[in-house]
Design a protein around this ligand. Sequence first.
Ligand SMILES: C[S@@+](CC[C@H](N)C(=O)[O-])C[C@H]1O[C@@H](n2cnc3c(N)ncnc32)[C@H](O)[C@@H]1O
Length: 285
Amino acid sequence: MSMRLDQLVRNCADAIAAAQHSDSARLDAELLVLHVLEKPRSFLYSHPEFIINADQLAAVNHLVQRRCDGIPVAYLLGQKEFWSLMLKVDERVLIPRPETEAIIDYILQLNLPEQASVIDLGTGSGAIALALASEKPNYFVVASDYSEGALSVAKNNVQQLAANGACHEIPLLRGDWLSALAKNSFDLVVSNPPYIDAQDPHLQQGDVRFEPLSALVSKDSGYDDIKLISRQAKACLKSGGHLIIEHGYDQREAITKIVEAEGYLNVLDHDDLNAMPRFITAINS
Ligand SMILES: C[S@@+](CC[C@H](N)C(=O)[O-])C[C@H]1O[C@@H](n2cnc3c(N)ncnc32)[C@H](O)[C@@H]1O
């Protein structure tokens, strides 16, 4: 059996919409079909009459069925764009969110030393560390995670982007936040840690159902890891060094208090591009 491209995309979008796991059914359908055809998005509009062969149709149907089961598009494609870098992702890592790019924007406006030492804690796919390394080749960027699976994904991304010349090699460390790292050694500690309460009903909805719980959930109603990072970073940051932590939309006030209680200066909160509370910044005294 064969089918026109435009008809196939319509059918796939209808099937995905009917499954009610996606609020972007048409886009999902386009991405999955183009992935199988190995064509750019423009192909959809330049060749709507293109005839899909039976093998391609079977491959598309398989992906669409999995999307109808709720599996995120990024895991089906095996990749996700972050800060214009195409990162490999799989079920071992959080899918990098566009909201986190607001942190990169902020860091690029900081007046850090020319050869700043930076650590991305809980790097997952390597998104934050790689974005910074691609923008600031002189920075000494290190990335760490507790999960061996995540580090393996990050290593793949570091190697591929370094080979393409997009950034330099980034050392990857396995560790429990900053517990094993030297005191007084970083100009910037940045983290998008797990911050969701284990009882949060959002964990049962949408793409997050398929992401690793270890990347999402934190004890103490979602605050445990943020408390640990704030405390440990106080010792590991140089005097005047910057702490940046991403958090949930409803955690701004609690996190401001946590960070202020550690004795940081200039504690500021920031929104993301959707005007939602997203991250906190502070300076080590
Ligand atoms: C929300 S994900 C962030 C991933 C990535 N930085 C991003 O923004 O896409 C949190 C990450 O923290 C890691 N993590 C959880 N507990 C940790 C710990 N105690 N020490 C270091 N990393 C940890 C998880 O494995 C996960 O990769």
